[in-house]
Design a protein around this ligand. Structure first.
Ligand SMILES: *Cc1c(COP(=O)(O)O)cnc(C)c1O
Length: 395
């Protein structure tokens, strides 16, 4: 992989006609170190956020040893990249064949479930294994998150007691997990969810060996400035400690976005301008899925140093032939930006670089490594003061 200092250097060297993904391994390493050192438990990386093997190795090198995988393809991918990693199959709906291959060929022991049917399937597919580590997924509210994960998975509190009891009968080790939704903008999301965990455990009266608070840890985007992660960790720790669980019970988390958002940015070329709309060469079927489909805003900057115009709000059209390939933004760029210019779009490491397709013949383009700072950062110490204000207001 080629190395350059930053996006302007890439443009000078390549004048790329295709979009270019920029990798920042130092930023992912910093995020991993932060979780490994400060989260008061074990950190699993949720692979779906960005399954790049290079990224997996960066995280492993910084001490992330456990990986949350959701499909047999992810199991194989992580196993190939990291032979010694601990893989946890955390999709509550799996095929029997996927469970069997994961257990017998890839050493997977940890599986999540949210129904009695899935429990029976796991037991049968592993030939009644005696060393299963099972996590019962609870449905919790997504009200503090920008992207909901509340309606699809998780058993209701009313059923949780029985499912925990049935799982305890066959599990060597039993956990409870949940997901508060992605980009949770307040640590209070986890307080609500852990209260529900407490209620489920009280109903079941079984020994719980692990509580997994899932993902949802935020990153920084225009218009979305979360409190510092230390606040999330402190509140989670406090509420975990108060649960009626085994004295040696473990606390886990499964961040996807927070570990990889800063890992990638993207260089795009402006192919055409129509008023305040820029036609660029990546879009809804590329790395900008969230910008198109949920109106997510990403930071942008002009890579043409001679553009001196005042900032103006633009919308983007992507390269495919349909109207859905549209990103409303607004994206602030110099008013004199023109066709032929290059733009860097930041914070695309999570659910950005991973979403690219080859639809309509677009989606190729290379990746290069850069060493400058990401366009926003949760880990550079700049968010400490706000931290104190938020902690005070939450108590
Ligand atoms: C997607 C997902 C994650 C990661 O979520 P983020 O919001 O990216 O942190 C973690 N756990 C499970 C089960 C998921 O489906």
């Amino acid at each position: 992989m080629h190395h350059h200092h930053d996006a302007p250097a890439v443009v000078r060297a390549l004048s790329p006609d295709e979009p270019v993904i920029l990798n920042r391994p130092h930023a992912a390493a910093r995020a991993a170190r932060f979780f490994v050192e400060r989260f008061p438990g074990k950190t699993l990386y949720a692979v779906k956020a960005n399954p790049s093997p290079q990224l997996l190795k960066v995280l492993w090198d910084e001490g992330v040893t456990h990986f949350d995988v959701a499909s047999i393809a992810e199991v194989r991918l992580v196993r190939a990249a990291l032979p010694e990693a601990v893989l946890c199959f955390m999709h509550p709906v799996k095929t029997a064949r996927a469970i069997r291959e994961a257990y017998f060929e890839h050493g997977v022991r940890t599986f999540s479930l949210d129904t009695h049917e899935e429990l029976a399937k796991i037991v049968a597919a592993t030939d009644n294994a005696a060393d299963l580590r099972l996590c019962v997924r609870l449905r919790v509210s997504s009200e503090y998150a920008e992207l909901s994960l509340a309606s699809k998975f998780g058993c209701d509190l009313a059923e949780a007691g029985e499912l925990l009891q049935a799982s305890r009968q066959v599990a060597d080790w039993l956990g409870v997990c949940f997901h508060v939704g992605s980009q949770a903008m307040s640590p209070f999301a986890y307080v609500q969810a852990l209260d529900r965990v407490r209620a489920a455990i009280a109903q079941a009266s079984v020994v719980i060996d692990m509580v997994d608070v899932g993902g949802g840890f935020p990153s920084v985007y225009p218009g979305m400035e979360p409190p510092p992660l230390e606040d999330y960790f402190a509140i989670i720790h406090r509420h975990f400690d108060a649960l009626p669980i085994a004295y040696n019970a473990e606390l886990w988390c499964e961040p996807g976005r927070a570990l990889c958002a800063e890992y990638n940015s993207l260089i795009v070329k402006v192919e055409k301008r129509r008023g305040n709309e820029l036609y660029i060469n990546d879009g809804a079927y590329g790395a900008l899925y969230d910008a198109a489909h949920v109106g997510w805003r990403f930071p942008v900057r002009s890579l043409n140093g001679d553009r001196q115009g005042e900032a103006m709000e633009f919308a983007f059209y992507g390269p495919t032939c349909d109207d859905a390939d549209f990103m409303e933004g607004p994206f602030d760029l110099p008013a004199d930006i023109a066709a032929g210019d290059y733009v860097e779009i930041g914070m695309l490491g999570a659910y950005g670089a991973a979403m690219r397709t080859a639809f309509n013949g677009f989606g190729s383009g290379e990746a290069v490594e850069v060493s400058d700072e990401p366009m926003a950062c949760l880990y550079d110490g700049s968010r400490r003061r706000e931290a104190l204000d938020n902690v005070v207001s939450l108590r």
